[in-house]
Design a protein around this ligand. Structure first.
Ligand SMILES: *[C@@H]1O[C@H](CO)[C@@H](O)[C@H](O)[C@H]1NC(C)=O
Ligand SMILES: *[C@@H]1O[C@H](CO)[C@@H](O)[C@H](O)[C@H]1NC(C)=O
Ligand SMILES: *[C@@H]1O[C@H](CO)[C@@H](O)[C@H](O)[C@H]1NC(C)=O
Ligand SMILES: *[C@@H]1O[C@H](CO)[C@@H](O)[C@H](O)[C@H]1NC(C)=O
Ligand SMILES: *[C@@H]1O[C@H](CO)[C@@H](O)[C@H](O)[C@H]1NC(C)=O
Ligand SMILES: *[C@@H]1O[C@H](CO)[C@@H](O)[C@H](O)[C@H]1NC(C)=O
Ligand SMILES: *[C@@H]1O[C@H](CO)[C@@H](O)[C@H](O)[C@H]1NC(C)=O
Ligand SMILES: *[C@@H]1O[C@H](CO)[C@@H](O)[C@H](O)[C@H]1NC(C)=O
Ligand SMILES: [Zn+2]
Ligand SMILES: [Zn+2]
Length: 800
């Protein structure tokens, strides 16, 4: 039980490591830093006030990043010139590049599709999705709008000073370290896509502010005037990649979704661009502005800037401002096939399932068109025509995942049962000795990998925690307890084997091919003389009570410790690689996947080789062999062939074909071995012969190691029988103490026509061990079911 305790301990250590990652709340180190932080907090609070006090016609106000309109930019104005316009009753702010950040080229494109197809709640017609939490994937193409001027968004001076000071410190440190000038200011910014087409995916989460969620009502100061019932705050993760996945850009954006028009606007924010504060004025419309002003104001109110906003948060704002292009994105959804009330019902049922009937195929997230504009990088992305941009609501996605996980759970349970049956089948040393420990190791490695991966994921995904944890625990029990113990019994059965590893054969072990007697003996000195230093008349042996233990306890413990340590570190490394590979370029990831999967699916090869070595046609039960192979192939089939799989693994029939063929080859080899003999594919001469217990003794063999008893009984017969072909000699079986008749070929007898039949019959009755002890076949076979040791001298015995 010691090893189990160790495992449990390690198990908890890993869990602990992953749960206790630092959650930094760095405090300012100097008064200068504190001042900077307080000023930045004030800047954010001012922005909040600007938003709260603003109205549509009064413009952005004093907001970092929003000081210049596009026309001002064209006119060559700079931040220092602010305020440039004075908005009042006779000079209203309007949505035009004269006043707005958006160039008309861009806003006109947006106005073509965004927020123009309104649904009335009353008319019962097809409505837009109410809750757009979910994921969708599509493709983009870049619009090269001619002569688009770039905004030169800058950090406020005090932040720039702070940033430069820290950067100089960093640079100094680096220069001291490796004496080279690290000036990587030129690195391309996040979002500065150079390819003209690529893939886009969005992950949307809509907050329930407007559903009267008690958690959020505290931010709604005046409920009667300040509630918005047809728009909601949305958090959107935007990912842009080229097809080769060389460039990979991810943004966090926040914004507002208007349910009546199915239109969504989101924006990035950083220390140089207070997007969340300025978003309302980019909604193209006073009614949209009124709603988003309230919602964004409430969103900004959810954190207490003075108390909760730390140095880390400020640094985050500053780093973002340096490394990302600011983005404003407009998404227009398609109408669903349902009306507003039906959708409301569906959403309520999905959030709090209590059995109300809802349609089977829930409306997908389907985006009709979109435009993403970056004021400081000049990027304009739109939907690639004719490529759908669709996805699933998060509940549908979760349901799919839940079914998938239940499937995996089922497979894992079946595998565990198969494994337990296999263990029951192979209890005796004779059976254990034929099993390849490397096969077990690969299978166990797969299971430990699954256990660790699922454990990690279960800490991240709350909804599916239970199922994930179940899979992790069952896989862990399988590999950590049963597979490990099985492997330990296999290894301790095989510990005394010598001369039968492929390594030894390749090094020249095959030179012994002729001398069958030297194959498996280990310490016996064969050429010292005709008589072994063992008691001449063997004492009767009482067979020890049979038990499954084969090796002393310390061996098991050391095996299990080394397997556990080795397997464990290998699993950690593999998990690390696997997680890492998620961010690799697609072609490297593909190579990794091919190599990894082919490697992990080669587990029958070691068994095939071991069968050959041991000259055994069969080891595992067929049930286990086919069951395991199929169970481990099914997930590969699913993820590579089902295009709509929830993990979005790409469609890859080639991988499936390769793996299937490889698996079929391995299984065919095992079947052929069973049918044609274990060594059908090699020249027997290359391999050490399997030990033959029923070998025929020639007269000259008697000199090599048999005990004097046989020689004595022989010498009685030998004088008068020197004309016979077969001399019958007698000796005692040490197990049952009865006589054995042993035929010995008389080499001196040179007449033709040996008596084959008689010899064959006699051969069946006795067995000779490599240590030259002779037993009845039945007696020794019975013994060997429990112990692979010679009952007389405890020399290890090769399995039959
Ligand atoms: C604009 O806001 C910044 C930061 O909040 C402040 O320092 C500056 O004085 C303001 N400018 C004007 C003209 O109010
Ligand atoms: C908008 O705000 C400005 C000043 O901030 C104010 O003069 C104007 O009356 C407001 N307009 C409306 C419609 O509230
Ligand atoms: C502006 O608001 C009105 C009223 O809500 C709406 O009908 C119209 O489609 C909106 N236009 C744009 C461009 O958003
Ligand atoms: C939308 O659905 C998600 C997932 O069910 C839920 O967490 C969120 O609160 C919902 N939002 C609204 C506004 O109902
Ligand atoms: C909320 O708004 C209503 C209508 O404008 C007003 O009568 C009421 O006094 C406001 N309540 C508070 C607490 O501001
Ligand atoms: C927006 O709100 C202002 C007051 O906050 C109001 O005067 C104006 O009529 C509203 N506009 C629309 C289109 O609802
Ligand atoms: C945010 O909170 C402040 C103080 O609690 C309040 O005065 C302000 O009206 C709130 N803003 C919104 C949009 O609810
Ligand atoms: C974006 O990338 C282009 C080409 O790589 C480069 O010329 C340009 O300066 C970059 N722009 C920004 C803002 O990094
Ligand atoms: Zn016997
Ligand atoms: Zn012996």
């Amino acid at each position: 039980m010691v090893q189990v305790d160790r495992q449990t301990l390690l198990f908890f250590i890993i869990m602990f490591i992953f749960l206790s990652l630092p959650s930094g709340h760095d405090q300012p180190h100097s008064t200068k830093e504190r001042e900077t932080l307080v000023t930045f907090q004030q800047q954010l609070l001012d922005g909040q006030d600007e938003l709260a006090l603003s109205n549509y016609t009064s413009g952005y106000g004093n907001l970092t990043g929003f000081h210049l309109s596009y026309q001002d930019l064209l006119d060559g104005k700079t931040e220092q010139d602010w305020p440039i316009h004075k908005y009042g009753p006779d000079n209203l702010w309007i949505e035009d590049e004269k006043d707005s950040l958006l160039p008309n080229k861009v806003s006109n494109k947006v106005k073509e599709f965004w927020g123009i197809d309104k649904v009335e709640k009353e008319d019962g017609g097809r409505a837009y999705l109410l809750n757009i939490s979910g994921r969708a994937n599509g493709e983009f193409e870049q619009l090269k709008l001619t002569k688009l001027q770039l905004f030169d968004l800058k950090l406020p001076q005090y932040l720039k000073d702070y940033y430069d000071k820290n950067k100089d410190k960093e640079n100094e440190k680096e220069n001291k370290d490796n004496n080279k000038n690290t000036d990587d200011d030129i690195i391309s910014k996040i979002g500065n896509i150079t390819k003209s087409t690529g893939k886009i995916s969005i992950n949307v989460k809509s907050y329930g502010y407007n559903f009267q969620n008690p958690e959020f009502t505290k931010f709604i100061v005046n409920k009667t005037t300040d509630t918005v019932d047809d728009a909601m705050v949305v958090h959107l993760k935007l990912n842009l990649k080229d097809y080769e996945e060389i460039e990979d850009h991810e943004f966090e954006t926040k914004g507002v979704y208007f349910q009546k028009t199915g239109s969504l606007i989101t924006i990035t924010r950083s220390a140089k661009f207070l997007g969340n504060h300025g978003l309302s004025h980019l909604t193209l419309n006073e009614s949209n502005f009124n709603k988003s002003r309230i919602l964004m104001g409430q969103l900004l109110n959810t954190s207490d800037i003075r108390h909760d906003f730390s140095m880390d948060d400020m640094n985050g704002y500053i780093i973002k401002s340096q490394e990302q292009c600011e983005m404003i994105s407009y998404f227009q959804f398609e109408k669903t096939d349902y009306n507003w009330d039906q959708l409301r019902l569906i959403d309520e049922e999905l959030m709090n399932p209590n059995g109300k009937p809802i349609p089977h195929d829930l409306p997908p997230l389907s985006i009709k068109d979109y435009l993403i504009y970056s004021p400081d990088c000049g990027i304009v992305l739109t939907k690639k025509p004719d490529i759908p941009f669709v996805g699933l609501k998060v509940e549908v996605l979760n349901k799919k995942l839940r079914y998938l996980l239940m499937g995996i759970l089922l497979l894992v349970i079946i595998q565990l049962l198969l494994f337990l049956r296999q263990i029951k089948q192979a209890r005796t040393p004779g059976q254990l000795s034929t099993i390849a420990s490397k096969t077990l190791f690969i299978i166990g490695f797969q299971d430990s990998l699954i256990a660790l991966m699922f454990l990690l994921i279960s800490t991240l995904v709350e909804d599916l925690y239970l199922l994930l944890a179940c899979v992790a625990v069952i896989s862990f029990i399988m590999c950590g307890i049963f597979e490990l113990r099985f492997m330990v019994s296999v290894l301790s059965t095989q510990v005394n084997e010598r001369g039968t590893t492929w390594w030894e054969i390749l090094r020249g072990g095959s030179r012994n091919e002729g001398e069958t007697t030297t194959t498996t003996t280990t310490t016996t000195t064969n050429d010292t003389g005709p008589i072994l230093p063992i008691a001449n008349t063997p004492a009767p042996v009482t067979p020890v009570a049979p038990g499954p233990t084969v090796a002393p306890g310390w061996e098991e413990a050391s095996f299990s410790n080394s397997i556990f340590a080795g397997g464990f570190s290998l699993t950690i490394i593999a998990t690390f690689l696997l997680l890492n590979s998620l961010v690799w370029r697609i072609q490297y990831r593909r190579i990794f996947e091919y190599v990894g999967l082919i490697g992990l699916n080669s587990y029958w090869i070691p068994q095939f080789l071991r069968n050959t070595l041991k000259n055994k046609r069969k080891s595992f039960t067929w049930e286990f062999i086919f069951g395991t192979s199929i169970i481990r192939l099914l997930p590969i089939y699913y993820f590579n062939l089902v295009k709509s799989n929830p993990l979005r693994h790409h469609y890859d029939p080639i991988l499936v074909i390769i793996i299937t063929i490889w698996m079929i080859i391995q299984l065919t080899l095992l079947i052929l071995q069973y049918q044609l003999g274990a060594r059908f594919w090699v020249n027997e001469k290359w391999l050490p012969k399997a030990y033959d217990y029923q070998r025929i003794i020639h007269f000259k063999d008697l000199e090599t190691g048999f005990s004097s008893e046989i020689l004595n009984s022989l010498s009685n017969n030998i004088s008068n029988n020197d004309v016979e072909e077969i001399i019958e000699s007698q000796c005692t079986c040490p197990i049952c103490m009865n006589e054995i008749t042993l035929p010995i070929i008389n080499d001196m007898y040179d007449k033709d026509g040996t008596n084959e039949n008689e010899l064959k019959k006699m051969k069946k009755d006795y067995m000779i061990t490599p240590c030259y002890h002779i037993f009845h076949s039945d007696c020794l076979e019975n013994w060997m079911k429990y112990k692979l040791q010679c009952p007389v001298c405890r020399e290890s015995l090769p399995p039959i």
